[in-house]
Design a protein around this ligand. Structure first.
Ligand SMILES: C[S@@+](CC[C@H](N)C(=O)[O-])C[C@H]1O[C@@H](n2cnc3c(N)ncnc32)[C@H](O)[C@@H]1O
Length: 306
């Protein structure tokens, strides 16, 4: 069984507990159920609705939390958190105390080469978190050069977006299409001068893979929509917590929370993003880029006195 080490878990528990024991939490990105398991064991009368668009992850979480599911304390729902309102309605449960998002991909997705998320493993260029939609190969083999350039620049913040897009289109003309992760990595390597690659302290394909994953899964739109619904759905005394892993996601979270603040919905507290301790990064290197932001709804302080 593939494991995923939950990131900033104790920091989240601390934030959720500040308003008293939560009775109902929505885990909008259930993954392998690491957060959900902790919430359910920490607060024994708490219920959790876990949402994930990845049926494989959901299956693993259901097995892990089968006892709590039987007890009626845990519901797992396959879906996109951009439909969080509708998913919540279907449970018939009341408003949640907190809604938690832990963005990005899980280890399960990264570790299975057939999912195509990893630039370290040979696999088909799929990258879909859910069951439908266009794959990374579909985008790579159909988009015009200028659109590829924009995609790599906007979603990957790739400084060499133009050269890479040109290299991809030239490869397509020569070979017909790009089908595998390794093929794509080689095309990227082929477009960047060797001295430049030697100077890079991260993998040269990292940004392009991030950009493709974001586009394939429409991650930025889903985040904006999911967050805006979360702000309307959570209890007045509750909070919304988001853990993000790159600046594009964090920008959306911060702007959304600032808009909520201007609308008098509550406060972004603490002001700065919470980051993993050096000990956590040492234990789990994948946590290094995590940034957690918390929005406390307007009644949060009153709820604290319960
Ligand atoms: C970092 S993992 C979550 C790990 C989880 N906190 C744990 O401890 O096991 C992120 C999960 O969010 C899911 N996900 C990403 N975007 C989503 C969306 N728009 N709707 C539903 N699930 C999404 C992914 O499929 C992945 O399983």
């Amino acid at each position: 069984m593939i494991e995923h080490v939950p990131v900033l878990l104790e920091e989240i528990v601390t934030q959720l507990e500040l308003a008293g024991k939560p009775e109902f939490i929505v885990d909008a990105t259930l993954g392998l159920g690491g957060y959900a398991e902790r919430f359910l064991s920490r607060w024994n009368s708490c219920r959790v609705l876990g949402i994930d668009r990845d049926p494989m992850a959901l299956q693993q979480a259901i097995v892990r939390l089968s006892k709590e599911k039987e007890e009626g304390r845990f519901i797992a729902s396959e879906g996109n958190f951009r439909q969080i309102g509708q998913i919540l309605d279907e449970t018939g449960w009341e408003k949640p105390d907190s809604i938690v998002f832990d963005l990005g991909v899980s280890n399960l997705q990264l570790a299975l080469s057939e999912r195509g998320f990893s630039f370290q493993e040979e696999g088909p260029l799929d990258m879909r978190m859910g069951r439908d939609g266009r794959t990374a190969a579909d985008l790579l083999n159909s988009l015009p050069q200028e659109e590829l350039r924009r995609l790599f620049r906007d979603y990957g913040e790739e400084p060499h977006a133009g050269a890479i897009a040109k290299g991809i289109v030239a490869y397509r003309q020569h070979k017909g299409s790009i089908r595998t992760t390794v093929e794509l990595v080689n095309v990227i390597r082929g477009t960047l001068p060797a001295p430049l690659q030697r100077k890079m302290n991260r993998h040269p394909a990292r940004r392009v893979f991030q950009a493709l994953r974001i586009a394939v899964n429409d991650e930025m739109e889903a985040l904006s929509e999911g967050l805006n619904q979360a702000g309307r759905l959570v209890k007045e005394t509750g909070c919304v917590v988001v853990v993000s892993y790159h600046s594009l996601e964090d920008k959306i979270v911060k702007h959304t929370f600032n808009d909520w603040e201007s609308a008098g919905m509550g406060r972004r507290t603490p002001r700065k993003a919470i980051q993993p301790s050096p000990e956590e990064v040492e234990r789990n290197y994948k946590s290094r880029s995590a940034m957690m932001r918390v929005f406390r709804m307007a009644g949060f302080e009153a709820g604290r006195k319960r």
